[in-house]
Design a protein around this ligand. Structure first.
Ligand SMILES: *Cc1c(COP(=O)(O)O)cnc(C)c1O
Length: 361
């Protein structure tokens, strides 16, 4: 068997071994066709079946109501930062944004190029170690939508509650926590997520949009960025990222086999508990995030002495634990523990951290 290291990468990130094996087995000969799925037309009956099945499995997992469209687009989550205001905001309208860290600020900066943006709350006063509570939010009257980031992949803060925005459409960047636990889609106007954390390989962004929000794009909105155009063409206005879409479909099937989102939630909860409980039990490692807002998916931590960082990373790799270096803007370490990262991997990390602390404490 091929040796697989424990991979804590933030994105592109670990994929389940069994799914990689299936893609490998199908690579030269997909379903007896004598060619791979990425070598046939996206308009062929075979490919359309693959695409439709992927959408149906995602709908089953998230219990997506029938008045929502599911779009499989390109450009990543970052392109959505522009696409959302172009599609949802009329020229003079304003939108509210919640600033909880680096990704939400990128969304804000991009939207500001296009529209009037009001930052209704910010975690800045907490050094972004906590999410501003709903009573601190200053939502504006008549906002076209409220945008927030459910999990800040770099900062390691995550919403543990659902924002209340009355009948204003709620828009969420769920790139790094989609499919990690159940989500009530009906509470949202738009949910979007880049694929390379919990959905599959990069090159794909999934957009789940309530139908009444289609058809509101500005006349200046480029065709390729118009949600309604994408919806009318079943995300095939032009050639979609066929391999990434196919692979996402395999991931959705795998998630169903795991027992769906309630089952994966239990595993994710245990994984994050094992890691945070250990970090909190020692002075050697520090996670500064407000406990209620700690991310289940991305766990940043610092060593008591940053001079040990390099040795920590080298020894971790020698023990088969990879990609633990924190984001360059934050420093320290970060363990991303998405769906495909097993409890076994997290336990191996904690065992290593214990040994390292003993040797260097
Ligand atoms: C990774 C990430 C992005 C950017 O995704 P791209 O697909 O690289 O554009 C945006 N938001 C969040 C929360 C992310 O984790």
């Amino acid at each position: 068997m091929t040796k697989r290291n424990f991979n804590f990468a933030a994105g592109p990130a670990a994929l389940p071994t069994s799914v990689l094996e299936q893609a490998q087995a199908e690579l030269l000969d997909w379903h007896g066709k004598g060619m791979s799925i990425m070598e046939i037309s996206h308009r062929s009956a075979d490919y359309i079946e693959v695409a439709k099945q992927a959408e149906q499995d995602l709908r089953d997992l998230l219990l997506i109501p029938s008045n929502y469209k599911v779009l499989f687009l390109q450009g990543g989550a970052s392109q959505q930062f522009a696409q959302i205001p172009l599609n949802l905001l009329a020229e003079k309208q304003q939108a509210d944004y919640i600033d909880t860290g680096i990704w939400s600020r990128k969304a804000i900066d991009e939207a500001k190029k296009i529209a009037n943006i009001h930052v209704a709350a910010s975690g800045k006063a907490y050094d972004y170690f906590a999410i501003p509570t709903q009573d601190e939010w200053q939502l504006s009257k008549g906002a076209a939508y409220v945008h927030y980031t459910s999990n800040e992949t770099i900062g390691g803060v995550q919403f543990d509650w659902l924002p209340a925005v009355a009948d204003v459409p709620l828009v969420v960047d769920a790139s790094s926590d989609i499919l990690s636990r159940p989500l009530d889609v009906s509470k949202y106007g738009v949910i979007y997520a880049g694929a390379q954390k919990n959905i599959g390989p990069s090159g794909l962004v999934v957009v789940i949009i309530r139908e009444d929000l289609l058809g509101k794009a500005r006349t200046s909105c480029p065709t390729m960025l118009n949600y309604q155009v994408a919806a009318e063409h079943d995300s095939m206005f032009n050639t979609p990222p066929t391999f990434a879409w196919y692979f996402a479909g395999l991931i959705f099937k795998w998630l169903k086999q795991q027992g769906g989102l309630e089952a994966i939630k239990k595993i994710n909860e245990e994984k994050k508990n094992v890691l945070y409980t250990y970090i909190d039990s020692t002075e050697f490692y520090i996670n500064p995030i407000n406990p209620a807002n700690r991310s289940w998916m991305n766990v940043p931590f610092r060593l008591i002495d940053e001079k040990l960082d390099k040795i920590f990373l080298a020894k971790a790799e020698a023990n088969g634990l990879f990609n633990l270096k924190g984001h360059r803007s934050v420093g320290g370490m970060r363990a991303s523990i998405y769906n495909a990262v097993t409890l076994e991997a997290v336990k191996a990390l904690v065992d290593f951290m214990k040994t390292f602390a003993k040797e260097h404490g």
